[in-house]
Design a protein around this ligand. Structure first.
Ligand SMILES: [Zn+2]
Length: 200
């Protein structure tokens, strides 16, 4: 194998590690990139290098952006009294696609899991509790996946906020059992947010 071929094979191997891409589709993608070197590959490489150095977690909510505070936390038009709690940044982006929520977010970074030894300290739960005090939060909306761990996490947060005056609600109908937010369509997310219910 020549050096050039080895470089291309290495690129294919890296691409194949991306979610949703297997070895076959990675090979096809790399071939496409090479054919469209000027229009796609070079700008993509520049954009990736840029984001690789600038991407960071928002210090307040855990969203991913390129500044210390993300666009949502910096936006003065977003209501500060409501925090929508999600497991992952992908869920935050799914909620934003639905355009139904105009408050702020809090990304936990996972769910409580006895099996994987994930406790509240491993997630951003203490930070969430602190934010409800510091930002005068009236309502925490739990937009967690309808999985066992997601619901365990929801109950833990509801208990932790009991007696603080913060009302805790969760997305209601529309989120199927075992369902993941990232796979729901925008209409389903809007309906689920509107029909949120109290968990206290
Ligand atoms: Zn943020």
């Amino acid at each position: 194998m020549s050096d050039a071929t080895r470089d291309i094979e290495a690129l294919i191997e890296l691409m194949a590690r991306l979610p949703g891409l297997g070895p076959r589709s990675a090979r096809r993608a790399v071939l496409h990139l090479i054919k469209k070197r000027g229009q796609v590959m070079a700008p993509l490489a520049r954009a990736m290098a840029e984001v690789a150095t600038s991407a960071r977690e928002c210090a307040a909510c855990g969203n991913i952006g390129t500044a210390d505070l993300c666009d949502i936390c910096r936006d003065p038009k977003r209501a500060t009294g409501e925090i929508c709690v999600v497991e992952d940044v992908a869920d935050l982006w799914a909620m934003e696609r639905g355009q139904a929520f105009r408050g702020r977010y809090h990304v936990l970074g996972g769910t409580l899991s006895a099996l994987d030894a994930v406790g509240p300290e491993e997630l951003r739960i203490p930070r969430l509790i602190a934010r409800t005090r510091d930002e005068n939060v009236r309502e925490v909306i739990l937009a967690l996946n309808a999985t066992v761990d997601g619901q365990t996490t929801a109950h833990y947060i509801a208990e932790a906020l009991e007696g603080t005056g913060v009302s805790v609600t969760s997305l209601a109908q529309g989120v199927p059992i075992g369902g993941e937010l990232d796979y729901l369509d925008d209409g389903t997310i809007q309906a689920a947010l509107r029909a949120r219910k109290s968990v206290q």
